[in-house]
Design a protein around this ligand. Sequence first.
Ligand SMILES: [Zn+2]
Length: 203
Amino acid sequence: MAKKNPNDDKMERLVSLCKRRGFIYPSSEIYGGLNSCWDYGPLGAELKRNIKTFWWEAMTARRDDIEGLDAAILMHPQVWVTSGHVAEFHDPLVDCRSCKARFRADDVAGKKNCPNCGNATLTEARQFNLMFKTFMGPVEDNSAVVYLRPETAQGIYVNFLNVKNSSRQKIPFGIAQIGKAFRNEITPGNFIFRTREFEQMEM
Ligand SMILES: [Zn+2]
């Protein structure tokens, strides 16, 4: 058993404090929670909204050369092929054949034994795409695959010409967007610092 990191206690206290004060609760807590998903309580929702409002004002209202955008989370799958995410957006991972635990390859680099069960049963590294996949429409086949966006920026890129034409901006100009993004991280954790569902502010 690894020695306990004193920072673990600090993090537990922080998580507990955030819950008591109504900032952040574990998602679906009455069913045991959902790994790395968090809900923002009354104060947390206000804090987050204040930050987003401040950023949005600074970006779009106080600048003449930046336009706002609110693109859909679901996008044409070709977006993610063209951007390189289908081919390149992955982490190498290593499985333990014994206890089935899964690790990022760089976390177990050079180790022969599984950090979880201690057996020398680690596989070679395999590539694991980080995009969440789902199906659009009633038929679950390859032609219906869509992804939950892993970043908001692509919505900005594919709307560049629409925004340029409709806003009469001249190059160079900016496009700002706030929205949810999703990454199927192999080892999420550390409270809200590494989650699978999160909000981005991109310009
Ligand atoms: Zn193991």
